[in-house]
Write a protein that binds this ligand. Structure first.
Ligand code: MN
Length: 196
């Protein structure tokens, strides 16, 4: 059985940037539905993170739906871990790499925000690393996961309308800017620290 991670904080922890109702619906309805769909599609025991790389083990007719729903579980797991009531900044090796590549965190944030604003349709902006520790900020549509490209996602912002529409309506750019008051880089820093 595949399941979503426990929400790392209370439903109102991201107030006033992301309202309680949005977090509740996003986690309990949207996120959990991907896990439910995935359980209806898959019988074999393959770790969730391995599904994108082992997609050829599944019947051709099911691969699209399996990838979509596995991505939906994985991407939301990372999204919740990319946010926190009290924001945290990159540290250790990740901070050094960001400073090296982008000059400083503020500039990195600017580049990330611009990338988010450029996403067309539904999807996510990710900070990813390749197997050599090279960082990239990239957009992917729908529920595609960087794991499909042999990249490790470290941090992500969900840009689907359901992530912000109750509060921000059509003002996606305001959500994209405001959410940086609630970002959590502890998870990304720990992942990067232990990969290299
Ligand atoms: Mn979502």
């Amino acid at each position: 059985m595949y399941n979503v991670i426990p929400l790392p904080y209370s439903y109102n922890a991201l107030e006033p940037i992301i309202d309680e109702e949005t977090v509740n619906i996003h986690y309990n309805k949207h996120h959990k539905k991907y896990a439910e769909n995935l359980n209806n599609l898959i019988n074999k025991k393959i770790p969730l993170e391995q599904i994108p790389k082992r997609i050829e083990e599944f019947p051709l007719k099911d691969r699209g739906q399996i990838l979509y729903n596995a991505g939906g579980v994985l991407n939301h797991n990372l999204y919740w871990q990319s946010l926190n009531k009290n924001p945290t900044l990159p540290k250790g090796k990740l901070l050094n790499k960001i400073n090296n590549d982008y000059g400083n965190f503020d500039n990195f944030k600017k580049v990330f925000i611009n990338k988010s604003k450029n996403l067309v349709g539904s999807g996510y902006t990710f900070l990813v690393t390749d197997n050599n520790g090279n960082l990239t900020i990239m957009n992917l549509p729908n529920q595609e996961t960087p794991l499909s490209y042999d990249l490790t996602p470290l941090f992500t912002i969900d840009l689907w309308e359901h992530a912000y529409y109750l509060k921000y309506k059509n003002n996606r750019n305001t959500y994209i800017e405001n959410i940086w008051d609630k970002v959590n880089f502890d998870h990304a820093s720990n992942l990067y620290e232990n990969l290299f």
